[in-house]
Design a protein around this ligand. Structure first.
Ligand SMILES: [Mg+2]
Length: 105
Protein backbone atom coordinates (compact mmCIF):
# COMPACT_ATOMS: atom_id res chain seq x y z
CA UNK A 1 0.00 0.00 0.00
CA UNK A 2 1.21 3.51 -0.83
CA UNK A 3 0.52 6.02 1.92
CA UNK A 4 -0.26 9.64 1.29
CA UNK A 5 0.84 11.99 4.04
CA UNK A 6 -2.77 12.34 5.16
CA UNK A 7 -3.39 8.60 5.35
CA UNK A 8 -0.02 8.03 7.03
CA UNK A 9 -0.88 10.64 9.66
CA UNK A 10 -4.22 8.97 10.32
CA UNK A 11 -2.62 5.54 10.58
CA UNK A 12 0.03 6.81 13.01
CA UNK A 13 -2.74 8.18 15.21
CA UNK A 14 -4.35 4.75 15.39
CA UNK A 15 -1.08 3.30 16.71
CA UNK A 16 -0.59 5.73 19.61
CA UNK A 17 -0.78 3.80 22.87
CA UNK A 18 0.56 6.37 25.33
CA UNK A 19 -2.02 8.01 27.57
CA UNK A 20 -2.82 11.56 26.42
CA UNK A 21 -1.16 13.37 29.33
CA UNK A 22 2.20 11.74 28.53
CA UNK A 23 1.83 11.56 24.78
CA UNK A 24 3.84 14.61 23.68
CA UNK A 25 6.87 13.90 25.85
CA UNK A 26 6.82 10.20 24.90
CA UNK A 27 6.70 11.12 21.23
CA UNK A 28 9.56 13.62 21.56
CA UNK A 29 11.68 11.09 23.46
CA UNK A 30 10.86 8.52 20.79
CA UNK A 31 12.09 10.86 18.06
CA UNK A 32 15.32 11.41 19.96
CA UNK A 33 15.80 7.67 20.39
CA UNK A 34 15.10 6.88 16.75
CA UNK A 35 17.34 9.73 15.56
CA UNK A 36 20.10 8.14 17.61
CA UNK A 37 19.46 4.83 15.90
CA UNK A 38 20.00 6.50 12.51
CA UNK A 39 23.25 7.93 13.85
CA UNK A 40 24.29 4.47 15.03
CA UNK A 41 23.73 2.97 11.58
CA UNK A 42 25.84 5.71 9.98
CA UNK A 43 28.54 5.25 12.63
CA UNK A 44 28.74 1.55 11.81
CA UNK A 45 28.93 2.42 8.13
CA UNK A 46 32.01 4.56 8.82
CA UNK A 47 33.60 2.23 11.39
CA UNK A 48 32.84 -1.17 9.91
CA UNK A 49 32.14 -0.30 6.27
CA UNK A 50 28.91 -2.16 6.98
CA UNK A 51 26.25 -0.45 4.93
CA UNK A 52 22.65 -1.57 5.12
CA UNK A 53 20.36 0.76 3.23
CA UNK A 54 17.37 -1.26 4.39
CA UNK A 55 18.27 -0.85 8.05
CA UNK A 56 18.76 2.90 7.66
CA UNK A 57 15.44 3.20 5.83
CA UNK A 58 13.73 1.37 8.72
CA UNK A 59 15.19 3.81 11.25
CA UNK A 60 14.24 6.81 9.11
CA UNK A 61 10.72 5.39 9.06
CA UNK A 62 10.76 5.24 12.85
CA UNK A 63 11.77 8.92 12.86
CA UNK A 64 8.96 9.72 10.44
CA UNK A 65 6.50 7.97 12.74
CA UNK A 66 7.50 10.15 15.68
CA UNK A 67 7.65 13.36 13.62
CA UNK A 68 4.12 12.59 12.49
CA UNK A 69 2.96 11.72 16.00
CA UNK A 70 4.34 15.00 17.35
CA UNK A 71 2.70 16.99 14.57
CA UNK A 72 -0.61 15.25 15.27
CA UNK A 73 -0.28 15.90 19.01
CA UNK A 74 0.15 19.59 18.27
CA UNK A 75 -2.98 19.65 16.12
CA UNK A 76 -0.99 19.74 12.91
CA UNK A 77 -0.13 16.99 10.46
CA UNK A 78 2.69 15.65 8.32
CA UNK A 79 1.48 17.56 5.25
CA UNK A 80 1.69 20.89 7.07
CA UNK A 81 5.17 20.03 8.37
CA UNK A 82 6.35 19.16 4.86
CA UNK A 83 4.76 22.24 3.29
CA UNK A 84 6.17 24.63 5.92
CA UNK A 85 9.62 23.07 5.71
CA UNK A 86 9.80 23.25 1.92
CA UNK A 87 8.54 26.84 1.90
CA UNK A 88 11.25 27.78 4.43
CA UNK A 89 14.02 26.04 2.50
CA UNK A 90 12.95 27.48 -0.87
CA UNK A 91 12.85 30.95 0.66
CA UNK A 92 16.37 30.48 2.03
CA UNK A 93 17.60 29.28 -1.34
CA UNK A 94 15.99 32.25 -3.09
CA UNK A 95 17.71 34.62 -0.64
CA UNK A 96 20.98 32.65 -0.94
CA UNK A 97 21.10 31.85 2.79
CA UNK A 98 20.66 28.08 2.54
CA UNK A 99 24.10 27.69 4.13
CA UNK A 100 24.93 28.99 7.58
CA UNK A 101 23.09 28.56 10.85
CA UNK A 102 20.23 30.00 12.79
CA UNK A 103 16.60 28.93 12.79
CA UNK A 104 15.27 32.20 11.41
CA UNK A 105 17.69 33.25 8.70
MG1 LIG B 1 14.20 2.13 15.37
Amino acid sequence: MKYTMKIYSQEVEKLIITEPKNRLIENVLGLGEESGEVLGKIKKLIRDKNFSKGEIIKELGDCLYYVTAIANALGSNLQEVADENMAKLKDRKKRDVIQGSGDNR
